[in-house]
Design a protein around this ligand. Structure first.
Ligand code: MOS
Length: 743
């Protein structure tokens, strides 16, 4: 691509004004006539059975419309085989209110519908439910021996590659070696916006669900399958989202309950979960990892072993890629990777920002730091000596890999060369200063996506694709891509998303939205441009008469010959002269598998962190972070930087604060609120520097996009942990590194 009027430029969010003026409508903000309000009642026990629900007591309250429970929900639902959502793991999905059995603490057990939200909430607080409690097991530590390898064929599951070389022998024979266990607690996504569904009842079996989700099509297919509705009768809309981070990938029980209530009551219904209820489904799993590394005398890795065990529910085998990255990030001939699950009485874990990689890279990258110290090498030098030019997991070259540049550029910006290797060797007044680094790798993926573009005679372009806007900047970058391709000003382009009436887009996740939807937008806009060129050529005396599409460029509202810029026509004039009220193009794009299958497609990053630790108090301040990212083409430097700032904040949270703590006596997460589940706030965040390393890649997709949603988080938590070790001499392997672990 030669022209870059918009692509690659720092561009303010096109949806910014709508967001700050309150005209951007979120799922809980659709107001419908005669709407009823639903409120979920959750189980206080983790395992057992409901024996009695005293629904009559709350039904007697004036204004309470219905109490739904396993006793009265319709059984039309769950047309097996069809009800699955796209990202459901293997097993049998949780079906709210279908059975009296309790499978996890805070399981929804009843849904109260009332004339007002307050009344529904009050009724929920007084509803008496009796249970037969059974013994539960929620402690992963005690279930180690019950770990098992998940079967293949699960949605999205990538089993570890087979071992290579002789990792055990190489480890035994090596002079320098390390072995350690790393623990990563449970985390919850905690997006700002609560889960909510507003269901508009449009007539028998006809609904529009305004639902907080990362995939309107996934929710639509789920609802059609579960309730046996006609495809044309179900519409799902989500134009804005106050953060998802993976929590909205699967249709949540809230959307099922809201739609069930609406269909049963033949009335519009809104259901919003509370912050505490947001801890009742889906979390980053508690994971136990062991890493064994050994080096040769020249500092090259002699052996690498990485094993992970994490929790899943009794009803589904949730899997994520925790260990595979360790087989590709560094060059090593002797590698063994292991991965196991253990069943607990909890809800199924759920993808959460950089699922698997976030926790896997913590173990690997702290271990690499430990190994560097054991081998007497600078941690950066150690990584450079073990740089992988080829993906050894699949024995293929990378389509592009500028990780070395990430290391060098970030180290230079950070001033890494001034570091002294010895722990506790750097001080500033009474603060211990520590510098640590780490890195990461994430998939560059493109999914099938469809889009539609139409231009009216006034030169206004409307482009749509049923994607999502989780806050990452989808509206803005798609507008940029369309404007760039059509040579129109940004103001002339309107991009729409988040509606199943639009062409189908994939789930917004996996860092693939820019690559997937962006490619579709570019493609349909090129088609549309081709049609406009044809219209231009039909006109008498057209200077473009004999031009092929490749001979012209669309720029500044004009079509002109590349060879002679004076030979041009104005797009709006062409449209007006053509007599067409509207010109349209639609279509869908897929990754070029033929081209891609020869390569390994990945984005990389390198992170350098400074911490200051108060030795008396154990408090840690992350005073500086430099994060360099090689992720192909960056469409918008401003929104991309913002996204990476968020990633760094997430990494700092993972390193120092975030953990959902289970009280195994109750089998319940106890800190299910923002007072006790700590996330970084402004006062915790200091200097963050984001570098986007130039990386060209025409294998991933024509735009060269790899995606940045997850990669920016990788390495951050490990770099913080490594910096803390450098500052204090304490090696903490159990994250988050709270004050008590440093005293
Ligand atoms: Mo991401 S965890 O695929 O939303």
């Amino acid at each position: 691509m030669s022209t870059t009027n918009y692509i690659g430029k720092a561009t303010s969010r096109v949806d910014g004004p709508a967001k700050v003026t309150g005209t951007a409508t979120y799922a809980a903000e659709y107001h419908l006539p005669n709407m009823a309000y639903a409120y979920v009642v959750n189980s206080p026990i983790a395992k057992g059975k409901i024996t009695k629900i005293h629904a009559d007591e709350v039904l007697a309250l004036p204004g309470v419309i219905q109490v739904f429970s396993h006793e009265n929900v319709p059984s039309v639902a769950w047309l097996d085989k069809k009800h699955k959502d796209l990202v459901a793991p293997g097993g049998s999905p949780f079906r709210a209110l279908q059975e009296p059995e309790i499978q996890f603490s805070q399981q929804p057990v009843a849904l109260i519908v009332a004339d007002t939200f307050e009344l529904a909430r009050y009724a929920a607080s007084v509803l008496r439910i009796e249970y037969d409690e059974e013994k539960h097991e929620t402690n992963l530590e005690t279930q180690r021996a019950k770990g098992y390898e998940p079967g293949s064929g699960k949605t999205g599951f990538q089993p570890p590659p087979p071992p290579r070389g002789n990792p055990d022998k190489a480890w035994e024979a090596a002079e320098h070696r390390m072995e350690a266990e790393y623990v990563h607690g449970t985390q919850h996504h905690n997006p700002m916006e609560l889960f909510s569904t507003t269901v508009e009842w449009r007539g028998e079996g006809q609904i529009t669900a305004y639902d907080k989700t990362q995939g309107v099509f996934n929710v639509k297919n789920y609802l059609v399958g579960v309730f046996g509705l006609k495809k044309d009768d179900v519409r799902v809309v989500n134009e804005y989202m106050g953060g998802g981070f993976g929590s909205g990938l699967r249709p949540q029980y809230s959307v099922y309950l809201a739609v069930m209530a609406s269909l049963e009551l033949r009335r519009s219904v809104r259901l919003t979960l509370t912050r505490q209820q947001m801890f009742s489904f889906g979390h980053r799993p508690h994971v136990l990892q062991t890493v064994k590394l050994a080096t040769n005398p020249d500092g090259s890795l002699a052996a690498l072993q990485h094993h992970a065990l994490h929790e899943t529910s009794h009803f589904e085998d949730y899997t994520e890629n925790v260990v595979n990255w360790s087989g590709m990030l560094y060059q090593c001939e002797n590698v063994k990777l292991g991965y196991q699950l253990a069943k607990l009485d909890v809800f199924t874990p759920l993808d959460m920002r950089a699922p698997g990689a976030a926790s896997g890279s913590i173990a690997l990258e702290i271990a690499m730091d430990e190994m560097a110290y054991t081998a007497g090498l600078d941690p950066l030098e150690f990584r450079l000596r073990n740089y992988a030019d080829r993906d050894q997991n699949v024995d293929k070259p990378f389509s592009s890999k500028k990780l070395r540049e990430c290391y060098h550029q970030a180290a230079a910006k950070f001033g890494w060369e001034k570091r002294s290797q010895e722990p506790r060797s750097m001080r500033e007044g009474k603060m211990l200063v520590g510098w640590g680094m780490a890195g990461g790798v994430w998939d560059a993926t493109q999914q099938k996506s469809a889009a539609k573009a139409s231009i009216t005679a006034d030169g206004k372009l409307t482009v749509m694709s049923g994607s999502g806007e989780n806050g990452a900047g989808t509206y803005t970058i798609m507008t940029q891509i369309a404007a760039e391709t059509m040579g129109l000003p940004l103001e002339a382009v309107s991009f729409k998303l988040g509606d199943t009436d639009q062409p189908e887009a994939p789930l917004q996740g996996g860092s693939w939205t820019a690559a997937s939807v962006g490619t579709a937008i570019q493609s349909v806009c090129q088609d549309l441009a081709g049609k406009i060129l044809k219209l231009a050529q039909k006109q008498d005396d057209s200077p473009l008469k004999d031009a092929k599409f490749e001979d012209v460029e669309f720029l500044n509202g004009q079509i002109r010959l590349r060879a002679d810029h004076n030979q041009s026509v104005v797009i709006r004039d062409v449209l007006q002269a053509s007599g067409e009220a509207k010109v349209e193009a639609d279509g869908s794009t897929m990754p070029n598998m033929l081209k891609q299958k020869q390569y390994s497609l990945h984005a990389h990053n390198a992170v350098f962190v400074e911490v200051k630790v108060d030795e008396d108090l154990g408090t840690v301040h992350v005073t500086r972070v430099v994060n360099a990212i090689a992720a192909g083409r960056i469409i918008n430097l401003k929104t991309a930087r913002s996204q990476v700032l968020g990633s760094v904040v997430w990494g700092i949270g993972a390193a120092l604060m975030e953990e959902t703590v289970m009280d195994h006596k109750f089998g319940r997460y106890m800190n299910h609120n923002f007072a006790e589940y700590h996330v970084p706030v402004n006062a915790d965040i200091h200097d963050i520097d984001v570098i986007f390393v130039d990386e060209e890649d025409d294998v991933v997709n024509p735009l060269g996009i790899k995606g940045i949603g997850e990669v920016g988080m990788l390495g951050v938590a490990a770099a913080v942990a490594n910096a803390i070790h450098h500052a204090t001499g304490k090696r903490v392997r159990d994250l988050p590194i709270t004050i008590d672990k440093l005293l």
